[in-house]
Ligand binder design. Structure first.
Ligand code: BES
Ligand code: MN
Ligand code: ZN
Length: 510
């Protein structure tokens, strides 16, 4: 699927001999003397179309227009969130398309974030899971291949800004698609070994390196908490270390740590049967890290990023870790595993400690960590926990720009009371109250040395119901955060390093 941007007035849009034209009509629409404007005005006057977000009308043979079919789509006030909703409402039209080319045109001025929302919403509508389906499913994927987005060539509009937004949207879209795809795959088609292969395949892209550790190396490092989770499974665990080097190798990286439980049965603390299949999504944090790296390689921002993924299944069995077992984490702290279903924090704590060796400027972990977070925030916002206000604000702002929202949650020390253990330095569970917060308090013990944030995506990484499947969140949030940080760092570098002093760079650093 490819997207192209072009300046397109409504008169030109009216004359386009294309199979399908989708006109995005917002409150700001002012009719001109062209056939499309006349059609919009006629439909509105007769009450068949409104500019409210999601309202739509398909017509064939519109007088004076050369497109075979025209879809009018209301986008309300043109805000990115409304446009996303509108394209979602027209998803059926796009999905069932029997033509390869479609042109979208804005009937009024637009902006970069709205354009990005259009591209991502179209990609979202056209995504189809096929990996484990055969011809027996009689899938009829959309035939759409080429998408043109027309923007009226208005005063004050910067084509460069819009082109950059399109490039960003394409990269974010590829990242989301990768995350979705791997999160959707069943656990027997997305084992720790296979996830490591996906990471290794990313090294084909520019600036990406990957190292994969197996059980022996993980044991040698001393990751006793991670290994305790892995020991009940016949699938070998993998610890995946991805590196994106976009800046000088001495610059401190951001570390992204993704929970990679390829299947979470709960272990000996077995989960109830109904809906247990959904626990194949328990590697969505890992998938979002893979997706973010995919986007980084395409956008090549000037920043360094490390991706850490502890990948394993969590299964019961004769070798499985048992409630009451005490294990020693990489940090040296001992942990009493009171509930083997609280496994995410066990694999993450060792990865957080491992992150230390990169002297990161910030560490962000992403995890489908608690059912409690799903109860607290539902599928709208991810839970955001942070020991640093600037980091929390930057992530929240990135989420707003990406339409990939999160909400800050508290980390008062009182929440850690329940984690006290009689037999180890810390227990892996507290009581039921504030379950997402006590989980975050557990992680915080392993991440106190740098600005750290934790995104609990249990409610946002996938949807159930008729559109059951992975969402690819929070790839958008992560990429927007990293891009904004790269811009900030560029400003800082320029300030530290005025052009005249460029030659003295080495001396200054020492
Ligand atoms: N992967 C689950 C969290 C989860 C549950 C995500 C439901 C999405 C939907 C996690 O490993 C887990 O089992 N957490 C437990 C923690 C509890 C034992 C303290 C939970 O949330 O019930
Ligand atoms: Mn669990
Ligand atoms: Zn889990």
């Amino acid at each position: 699927m490819d997207f192209a941007l072009k300046a397109l007035g409504l008169d030109e849009a009216s004359a386009l001999p294309v199979p399908a034209l989708v006109a995005l009509v917002g409150e700001g629409f002012r009719p001109g003397g062209d056939a499309l404007s006349a059609f919009i005005e006629r439909a509105r006057a007769r009450g068949d179309f409104k500019t409210e977000a999601g309202a739509h009308l398909v017509s064939h043979g519109v007088p004076g227009m050369h497109a075979e079919r025209v879809l009018l789509l209301g986008i309300g006030d043109s805000a990115p969130a409304r446009v996303k909703k509108a394209i979602g409402a027209a998803a059926g039209f796009l999905k069932s398309a029997r033509f390869a080319d479609v042109t979208f045109c804005f009937a009024q001025d637009t902006c970069a974030l709205t354009l990005e929302a259009v591209v991502l919403a179209i990609r979202d509508a056209l995504y189809l899971y096929t990996a484990t389906k055969t011809t027996h499913s009689k899938l009829e994927p959309s035939r759409i291949e080429h998408i043109t987005i027309g923007v009226p060539d208005l005063e004050g509009q910067s084509p460069l800004v819009l082109q950059a937004a399109l490039t960003r949207a394409n990269a974010v879209g590829e990242g989301i698609a990768l995350a979705r795809e791997w999160a959707n795959r069943p656990a027997n088609h997305a084992t720790p070994t296979l996830l490591a292969k996906v990471a290794q395949a990313l090294t084909e892209l520019p600036r990406i390196d990957c190292e994969v550790l197996g059980p022996k190396e993980i044991a040698k490092l001393g990751m006793g908490a991670f290994l305790a989770v892995a020991q009940g499974s016949a699938q070998e665990p993998r610890f995946i270390v991805l590196r994106y080097q976009g800046a000088d190798k001495h610059e401190a990286p951001v570390a992204l740590v993704g929970k990679g439980i390829t299947f979470d049965s709960g272990g000996i603390s077995l989960k109830p049967g109904p809906e247990m299949d959904e626990m194949k999504f328990d590697m969505s944090g890992a998938a979002s890290v893979l997706g973010a790296f995919r986007a980084l390689a395409q956008l090549r921002p000037t920043i360094n990023v490390v991706g850490l993924i502890p990948a394993t299944e969590n299964l019961p069995g004769g070798r499985a870790v048992k409630p009451g077992d005490v294990v020693q984490s990489l940090s040296g702290q001992t942990i009493e595993i009171l509930n083997t279903d609280a496994e995410g924090r066990l694999v993450l704590c060792d990865a957080l400690t491992y992150a230390e060796r990169f002297k990161p400027r910030a560490v962000i972990d992403i995890a489908t960590l608690t059912g409690a977070c799903m109860i607290a925030l539902g599928g709208v916002r991810s839970g955001l926990f942070a020991n640093d206000d600037a980091l929390a604000e930057a992530l929240a702002a990135a989420g707003e720009r990406a339409l990939d929202l999160c909400w800050r949650m508290p980390l008062d020390d009182e929440y850690a009371e329940g984690l006290k253990s009689h037999f180890a330095d810390v227990a892996n569970v507290a009581g039921r109250p504030a379950g997402s917060v006590t989980a975050a308090k557990f992680l915080q013990r392993f991440a106190s040395r740098w600005p750290w944030a934790h995104l609990d995506i249990a409610g946002t990484a996938w949807k159930n119901g008729p559109a059951k499947g992975a969402t690819g969140r929070p790839v958008g949030l992560l990429v927007h955060y990293l891009l904004a940080l790269a811009d900030d760092l560029a400003v800082q570098r320029a300030a530290d390093n005025p052009p005249k002093a460029a030659k003295g760079k080495k001396a200054r650093k020492a």
